[in-house]
Design a protein around this ligand. Structure first.
Ligand code: FAD
Length: 387
């Protein structure tokens, strides 16, 4: 077993870290306060190939592997988790499934503008009545001679107000309830209207909107994969996507740990640095250990996906564990900073607010446990939508 990164992976990691320190970290507090989506940043990321890092060069990407992409998400999220999720959804929830399930024509048409960062991607599955139970979705795609007319509402769509390409799921067979009547479509930004930008606990530099599709007509060339097989597209997409969210969690936890460690070596009370108190040492030891463990779970899942091996269980374990680590240890970082941790003088309160979402989107922690339990018990049937 080789745990070292390849020269290319190390180079991409270093390049992203440098960019994040120069272009993201200095602005993250302001974007958070102003709840501002930094649209201009994604052009800069695109110039460095980071909007399509794991997309093959022939489709406009940087041609690196999936682990390199995961390293990018970790580094971006270490500086700003909102930027991390924008890139994560764009890449692993839109560009990658089009590459995997698309026809040659669809791949050549839809992927390069995404990989080059000329367009942002959005993934539209969730609806008001269909969250964890995504197979209950109601958005309709009514067939006619030359395609479908799509009508429906989607909720909490990351990038939905800025995207030029949507991977959207709709019911093509109204007679078949549940997952089997669902198909996947590639829509343009002008097929979709954003209706409401949500105010959130954290992740303020990421845009999360509700969208409506009101009778948009799409041709047969917009169907991704086979009719009625859209749910499989969604599940395979989330299998990979949640490895990215786990990397986001590791990035947030690492950022909180870095600040807590530095503070413990500086802050003096009772005539000592607080890092000399065993209570603080043990917190830092636990943080460091669990962040390492989370990162290794993420790398393992990414490696399995890269090799084309089954990674559903490994990805679910990585997300379940890493998101818990991020939530717990961002709270511990606040504790180590005492009163300062609770103020906006330091970014740990932002990390704490940002960390929570990693236990919710791309499948909640309860759903990850269901996925893991089903896998270890050999229960293959997909009874739970996001599994
Ligand atoms: C900031 C943000 C960004 C998002 N981005 C996107 C996006 O880009 N695209 C998209 O399609 N969606 C997106 N979502 C939606 C997200 O994926 C869902 O919120 C998530 O899957 C959970 O669905 P829900 O919120 O409806 O919760 P519910 O499904 O209503 O769950 C509520 C609670 O019940 C639990 N629960 C549900 N079913 C079970 C069960 N069978 N067993 C045990 N517990 C259960 C859940 O774990 C949770 O604790 C986003 C959400 C947020 C908040």
């Amino acid at each position: 077993m080789d745990l070292s990164l390849t020269p290319e992976q190390s180079e991409i990691q270093a390049l992203t870290r440098e960019l994040a320190q120069a272009e993201i970290e200095p602005h993250a507090a302001e974007w958070d306060r102003q709840e501002r989506f930094p649209r201009e940043l994604f052009g800069k990321l695109a110039e460095l190939g980071l909007m399509g890092v794991c997309i093959p060069e022939e489709y406009g990407g940087a041609g690196a592997d999936f682990l390199a992409y995961v390293l990018v998400l970790e580094e971006l999220s270490r500086a700003d988790a909102g930027v991390g999720v924008t890139v994560a959804v764009h890449t692993s929830a839109v560009a990658l499934p089009i590459l995997l399930f698309g026809t040659d024509e669809q791949k050549a048409r839809f992927v390069p503008p995404l990989a080059r960062g000329e367009q942002l991607g959005a993934f539209a599955l969730t609806e008001p009545e269909a969250g964890s139970d995504a197979g209950a979705l109601r958005t309709r795609a009514d067939a006619d001679d030359d395609g479908w007319t799509i009508t429906g509402t989607k909720q909490w769509i990351t990038n939905g107000a800025h995207a030029g390409t949507f991977l959207l799921f709709a019911r093509t067979d109204p007679e078949t309830p549940g997952a089997r009547g669902v198909s996947a479509f590639v829509l343009d930004g002008n097929d979709v209207q954003a209706t409401k930008e949500h105010e959130k606990l954290g992740l303020h530099s990421s845009s999360t909107v509700d969208i409506v599709v009101e009778g948009a007509h799409v041709g047969r060339d917009r169907l991704l994969h086979e009719e009625g097989k859209g749910f499989a597209v969604a599940m395979v997409t989330l299998d990979g996507g949640r490895i990215g969210i786990a990397a986001q969690a590791v990035g947030i936890a690492q950022a909180a740990y870095d600040i807590a460690r530095a503070y413990a070596l500086e802050r003096r009370q009772f005539g000592k640095r607080i890092g000399e108190f065993q209570a603080i040492q043990w917190k830092l030891a636990d943080m460091s250990t669990e962040i390492d463990a989370a990162r290794l779970l993420v790398y393992r899942a990414a490696e399995l996906k890269q090799r084309g091996e089954p990674h559903t269980e490994a990805g679910a374990k990585a997300k379940l564990f890493a998101s818990g680590v991020a939530r717990r240890h961002t709270a511990e970082a606040i504790q180590i900073l005492g009163g300062y941790g609770y103020t906006k003088e330091f970014p740990v309160e932002r990390f704490y607010r940002d960390a929570k979402i990693t236990e919710i989107y791309e499948g909640t922690s309860e759903i990850q446990r269901l996925v893991i339990a089903r896998s270890i018990l050999g229960l293959r049937e997909r009874t739970i939508a996001r599994g």
